[in-house]
Design a protein. Structure first.
Length: 396
């Protein structure tokens, strides 16, 4: 069911964009693509760390009735911080990226409250090994977004209403009753790591990693690209980012296992997986880049229309970078299982600096510069995360 939910989620994301893009056109869809980017960045930067902290605490808590005792303040602070940043962005970017429409401000205010509940529910489900309900929840959320997009398109309500379809779907979390008491863990009761250290390192790591992965449309716009070019970059990178978006759902299936192996001291097994992921990710990334360059523009044109067709270079770079990112995300689960988020943070800050340095140092078309920087950052992160995972152990 985890795979079913992930597949539905990926298809749902494509359908949302296809419906919205064709209903609004490249120019009018640009603000929606910006809000989607804000949601994607916020969910992965702020809410994925919360979800994974919940999973790890439930695995190590041995079925205690209050597995999040002591973590509530951090969770509230993270959700509040994400909301404040989203609202601030909507206010200050209203004129430049959101078509001057103040209607996006309340969208930003609600965005992370609903998705915060979704992240907490997902964490409880995965930490309790309720993977069927987890997959069902992921699928229901995606279906809700697609239905919302179809209603908006048929009614002709415009881009702000389409953005609301993004933020209302998480209410389905309550349909699966995620917050029931978790079962007793087979690991045995252990004290979780310091919530402040864990969440702080994770937030820094995800902030840097998701800036590399998802901030491309914003950077392309800041470099002076047209609204149409921003839309082309957005739909192309989002299309090829499908495996990465899907992986965020599947990693919840991996983390309980890596946490238990790390707690049991089974480092030899984890090290073998680090090496396999490293070489597999680099090799597959090269192949994916070639395939993406050859077939990517045609696929985008068929799905979104001729005005969204990217260059071969943009499609190839997007595909190659995403595969490296998926491999890095898998390695990350080993570091998270050990509670070692500090090394993750260091690696991703360095990778972000390399990507930013590429954008600054290289001239040319903004879309190609940003796509190439994305590949540089993801490849550097994969290597760095592997080195960190193979280094001296730092179990939580």
């Amino acid at each position: 069911m985890m795979f079913v939910g992930t597949t539905v989620s990926a298809v749902g994301a494509y359908l949302f964009q296809v419906i919205g893009g064709r209903a609004l056109g490249a120019e009018a869809f640009a603000p929606v693509s910006v809000m989607w980017t804000v949601l994607f960045l916020g969910f992965t930067v702020f809410l994925i760390p919360v979800e994974q902290m919940v999973i790890r605490r439930l695995v190590l808590a041995a079925g205690r009735p209050r597995p999040l005792a002591g973590a509530t303040t951090s969770i509230v602070a993270v959700l509040g911080g994400a909301t404040v940043l989203a609202v601030g962005f909507a206010v200050f970017a209203k004129g430049s990226l959101l078509g001057g429409d103040a209607g996006y401000v309340p969208v930003a205010a609600v965005m992370f409250l609903g998705h915060g509940a979704l992240a907490l529910g997902r964490g409880y489900l995965a930490g309790s090994h309720r993977f069927f309900e987890y997959g069902l929840l992921v699928a229901l959320d995606a279906i809700g977004k697609v239905i919302g997009a179809a209603v908006v398109a048929l009614a002709g309500w415009g881009p702000v209403a389409l953005s609301w379809a993004l933020v209302l779907s998480p209410i389905v979390v309550f349909a699966v009753r995620p917050f029931r008491n978790p079962p007793t863990s087979s690991v045995g009761e252990q004290a979780p790591e310091s919530e402040l250290r864990f969440i702080a390192g994770f937030l820094v790591a995800t902030a840097a990693s998701q800036t590399v992965l998802g901030a491309g449309p914003l950077v392309v716009g800041a470099l002076g690209a047209s609204s149409a070019a921003i839309s082309v970059f957005f739909v192309t990178t989002t299309l090829f980012r499908g495996p990465m978006s899907a992986a965020y759902n599947l990693i919840a299936r991996l983390l309980p296992g890596t946490t238990m192996r790390a707690a049991a001291g089974d480092d030899a097994m984890l090290d073998r997986w680090v090496w396999r992921i490293l070489f597999g990710g680099l090799g597959t990334g090269v192949v994916a880049g070639i395939v993406g360059a050859v077939f990517g523009p045609f696929v985008v044109r068929v799905l979104y229309g001729a005005e969204f067709t990217p260059s071969h270079w943009l499609a190839g770079l997007a595909a190659a970078g995403v595969i490296a990112g998926v491999a890095g995300l898998a390695t990350t689960q080993i570091l998270v299982g050990r509670g070692d988020t500090t090394r993750m943070a260091v690696v991703w800050v360095i990778a972000l600096a390399l990507a930013a340095g590429y954008v600054v140092a290289v001239d040319g078309d903004p879309t190609l510069r940003v796509a190439a920087a994305f590949c540089v950052g993801e490849a550097a992160a994969l290597v760095g995360l592997s080195v960190a995972a193979l280094g001296p152990r730092a179990h939580g």
